[in-house]
Design a protein around this ligand. Structure first.
Ligand SMILES: Cc1ncc(COP(=O)(O)O)c(C=O)c1O
Length: 454
């Protein structure tokens, strides 16, 4: 894999650090209110934020958000941003989509949660089945929870102990999945705090796009479930090679392993997600984050055959806690938002302009890469795309690790933030929403031009 950039003098560590210091000063000078609010919040919030990841942005203090609407975000200092992070996909359909905001407002005065199904439940079930092509559903509040619960079901129904994931995966804060592939072995991800789970005993891990490794991992019939994103999106956007998923699905079927696709991010592919668009037939499907338009909600769907095995597993277990579910899951407010989202957002009409504008942005980015003679590449999955500092797009997580340039990426993020464009902080991912405009696209392309010229 070629990474020609480090040779350029502007990319030497000292030059990057100088440039980063200049951008840091620029942010501090232009965001006095965010800086002051961050200082106040630090009195009572660990790291000064309600969730410590919010400090993963490269700015000297978090941008405090006053309002987010459509694809625009306004900070405490009254500056507006074209948002290509979109809450790391939670706001993929735009911030506060009108039908969802209205449904939430209507339900808010009629009861928020009762640990009973609301009158909308049956209709939501029909809409889920029609949208995602699986007949049976359960709900959770986050994609992490949905993944955690489906793993319990998968192990319970198959009576197999092992989980299989791809190196570079992220499926949320799920102990079993927080692993890396090191020298062919499952290793606990070193950054995880307070970790005691015995990963090597119950999680297998293989490189993405590797059918030989997949068959070897499944062959002893100990794997309950392959949990995978259809494309890796969390270590960088790594696309499946042609034919990979058809073959992987056939291998899972041959060895009696359930195929669980986590479509939380690949919902960007097209209406109904990657599996629907590409004709895959997973046993289980997870969608979180944007599924209810940004209100906390996740759903997991499964086949009728699997539902029958799940019923039998539950009936065979003694009375008591199942380890599956949380008290507020499936609450009335969430159901109302999900109903509105399924009716108005998960539609071809919503996706069409979003996908068309994403193509325009991707084309523009490719032109910039070529015009500046960079050894960079771009991968795209519908409305989502990612810049890579390598001439060849990555095939797996190891390729991403070899080509990643964290200092350069942090500088790019801060540079763009200072020019009114938000990129996803963890990597160079851009997401287009139905509310994104051609002007937003020009802003990001102009920003990139300025960055590359600098
Ligand atoms: C593919 C995938 N699954 C699950 C999750 C977890 O989502 P949440 O943090 O909302 O639980 C994420 C979060 O980034 C994700 O990318």
């Amino acid at each position: 894999m070629t990474t020609a950039l480090p040779q350029h003098p502007a990319l030497a560590p000292a030059a990057l650090a100088r440039r980063f210091a200049t951008e840091t000063q620029r942010f501090t000078a232009s965001h006095p209110r965010s800086m002051a609010l961050a200082e106040q919040a630090a009195q009572h919030f660990l790291f000064g934020v309600p969730l410590h990841w919010m400090r993963d942005w490269p700015s000297p203090a978090s941008l405090c958000v006053q309002q987010a609407q459509g694809a625009q975000l306004t900070c405490a200092d009254g500056l507006t941003y074209s948002d290509f992070c979109l809450g790391d996909t939670g706001a993929m359909f735009g911030h506060s989509p009108a039908p969802v905001a209205q449904a939430i407002a209507q339900q808010a005065s009629r009861g928020l949660t009762s640990m009973l199904p609301s009158t909308q439940t049956a209709e939501v079930g029909q809409l889920l089945a029609a949208t995602f092509d699986l007949p049976q559903w359960q709900m959770a509040l986050t994609a992490s929870d949905a993944n955690r619960f489906l793993l319990r079901w998968a192990r319970a129904v198959t009576q197999r102990p092992q989980l299989l994931v791809f190196d570079g995966c992220y499926h949320g804060a799920v102990d079993d999945t927080l692993v890396d592939l090191v020298d062919g072995k499952t290793v606990a991800r070193p950054s995880i705090l307070g970790q005691v789970h015995n990963h090597a005993a119950f999680t297998r891990i293989i490189p993405f796009n590797d059918l030989v490794a997949l068959e070897a991992a499944l062959a002893d019939r100990q794997v309950a479930c392959l949990l995978a994103e259809p494309a890796l999106t969390n270590c960088g956007l790594v696309l499946p090679e042609p034919g990979f998923w058809a073959a992987a699905q056939a291998l899972c079927q041959r060895y009696g392993t359930l195929l669980a696709l986590d479509e939380t991010h690949t919902l960007s592919t097209g209406c109904g997600g990657y599996a629907r668009v590409h004709g895959l037939a997973p046993d289980l499907l997870v969608i979180g984050k944007a599924v209810a338009g940004g209100l906390p909600c996740a759903v997991y769907g499964f086949s009728d055959a699997l539902a029958q095995r799940m019923r039998e597993a539950k009936q065979a277990a003694p009375e008591g806690h199942s380890g599956i579910g949380t008290t507020l899951a499936g609450n009335a407010l969430t159901l109302a938002a999900l109903h509105a989202a399924l009716t108005h957002l998960h539609t071809p009409a919503t996706y069409a302009p979003m996908l068309a504008l994403a193509d325009t942005l991707a084309q523009g980015l490719r032109e910039r890469i070529a015009a500046h003679g960079l050894d960079w590449s771009l991968t795209q999955l519908g409305a989502r795309m990612e810049l890579h500092c390598s001439a060849q797009p990555p095939r797996n997580a190891d390729d991403v690790r070899r080509s990643s340039q964290p200092a350069l990426e942090a500088l790019l993020h801060l540079f763009m933030l200072n020019r009114g464009v938000l990129l996803t902080p963890f990597h160079s991912m851009l997401l287009v929403s139905p509310a994104t405009t051609a002007a937003d696209v020009h802003k990001v392309l102009d920003g990139l031009d300025a960055f590359l010229a600098a």
